[in-house]
Design a binder for this molecule. Structure first.
Ligand SMILES: [Ca+2]
Length: 176
């Protein structure tokens, strides 16, 4: 009797493990059955970013949240990531707020330094929106000392960074 009871217990536990594994697999692949096409391409990009940034996790279709709360949105080709949220400031991959969108919210009274390169976004900004109360000073780290590229005033935005296109690497955010 003891042996039979043991076997039954093991069976129940095995079923539980399978159920948990299935739920985890479903969450990890919100693209569901898409194995080709725009949504599958987005998922491949998401997987590439999470695999190369420890602590980064997928929090929605085409959305990655890094360990510090910074959010990267990857739209399907030809689609838009959407405007920057109120209270946030965003860097966009292409002109006119196209391509990938990187969303920040934090600041410090005397300036908080952050690096776009930590999120795979160095030399990648072509437009930006600052819908926060903060002031953001953006720099190119490719020169010594770093070169000031542009200033993002509260409520400001730019459809094209012009001569500073694809140069931004870092920024300093002052709380407003
Ligand atoms: Ca640069």
């Amino acid at each position: 009797m003891k042996t039979r009871h043991f076997v039954q217990t093991v069976t129940v536990q095995a079923v539980t493990v399978v159920a948990v594994a299935t739920a985890a697999a479903t969450f990890a692949a919100p693209a569901q059955a898409a194995t080709s096409g725009p949504q599958a391409d987005v998922q491949q990009q998401v997987d590439q970013v999470t695999a190369t940034h420890p602590g980064a996790r997928q929090t929605g279709p085409g959305i990655i949240t890094f360990s510090d709360g910074v959010v990267l949105t990857i739209p399907a080709a030809g689609a838009a990531a959407g405007v920057c949220a109120s209270g946030a400031y965003c860097f966009f991959q292409y002109t006119n707020y196209g391509g990938r969108k990187l969303t920040f919210r934090d600041c410090a009274p005397n300036g908080l330094w952050q690096y776009l390169t930590d999120y795979g976004f160095g030399n990648s900004t072509s437009s930006w929106q600052n819908y926060s109360k903060n002031t953001v000073l953006v720099y190119d780290q490719g020169t010594q000392p770093p070169t000031s590229l542009w200033t993002e005033n509260p409520g400001g935005e730019s459809t094209y960074t012009g001569n500073a296109d694809n140069k931004a690497d870092s920024f300093e955010t002052f709380c407003g």
